[in-house]
Design a protein around this ligand. Sequence first.
Ligand SMILES: *Cc1c(COP(=O)(O)O)cnc(C)c1O
Length: 393
Amino acid sequence: MKKLQVELADRIKDLPPYLFASIDKMKQEAIDAGKDIINLGVGDPDLPTPAPIIDTLQKAATNPKHHQYPSYVGMLSFRQAVADWYKRRFNATFDPKTEVLSLIGSKEGVAHLPMALINPGDTAMMTDPGYPVYEAGTLFAGGKSYFVPLKIENGFLPDLDAIPPEVADKAKLFFLNYPGNPTAAVANHAFYEKLVAFAHRHNVVICHDAAYSEIYYDGKRPVGFMEVGGAKEVGIELHSLSKTYNMTGWRIGFAVGNSNIVGALGQVKTNIDSGIFQAIQEAGITALEMDDQPLAAIRNIYQERRDVLVGGLQKLGFKVDPPQAAFYVWIPVPPGLSSSEMTAKMLKECAIVTTPGNGFGKHGEGYFRMTLCVTKERLQEAVDRMEKAGIRG
Ligand SMILES: *Cc1c(COP(=O)(O)O)cnc(C)c1O
């Protein structure tokens, strides 16, 4: 019989090249050679989920009513807990029935949102460097991506006035993310106000990804997009329990915002997934109702780690400021090296996995990213290995 020719769809063929493939291969080779790898590549908290959240899951898992299909949009009690949290945290008001939607992690919301807003050929804008799913989701919906550069001289905020007006007028959607991955940049009130005005001027929907809003340092709580007047009218914010409560494996997040956008995303999802296991939603309610104590302890741990890594890098001559939020350090590569050359060198000479900046977009070239998701002792070990190898900024 003739062998079946599997002809893949263009949307798969058109995906951007996976820039982390060569680093993955080198990492596997180092592991196979028995090297003691320090993995500062992944943005995935190593700390455990706080105990009360796990207790709620354990109890809720025995309830047979949770064993059936969950509600598509999320249990009303979960959406109410989200609305209450937004009110407490950002003084922003959302109707849990029409302006809140549960997500199977915020990545899922990012990937599906373009299907609700983008027709084939339409443009979505997104920052460069940025989370790669903004581009992939746009591509899967048949849309075109327009990359807005983030530059150090602007604090890694987009220069909205530099976006050509004809591009902004044509665009349907604009993805942004503060505190940011990979830059760890934080936005301020004035920027968000400008962003709301920009959205009105160009009739573009803002999708703000707030995955890191609760990971911050020195007691300085970042301003939220939804805190700014008019934000709810022009957009949607995606959020997640993943990074805040060390729950990346649980897959639970949420969207809030303009009811037309939230509703349209819900319509897409209703036709694709069947919601989140309700026992996990019960645990999510426990997380959102938790007082700040466990979070303060988690922030302290990251802050100690940040100070060890950034202090060590500065001693080695790297020009890097301590990030104010998120668990990433975004570092200029030493002169004469590209991002990929730097990450290859770190792996070969120090057995440290890092991420090349160009994997987040072409404006990420010249940087590499280290995460704070290992103990401070391991971070000190990483700095010591760099010093021993003579790697300097
Ligand atoms: C981690 C991350 C997400 C996805 O988190 P979920 O686990 O899917 O909620 C979304 N956006 C950014 C920028 C991230 O770094």
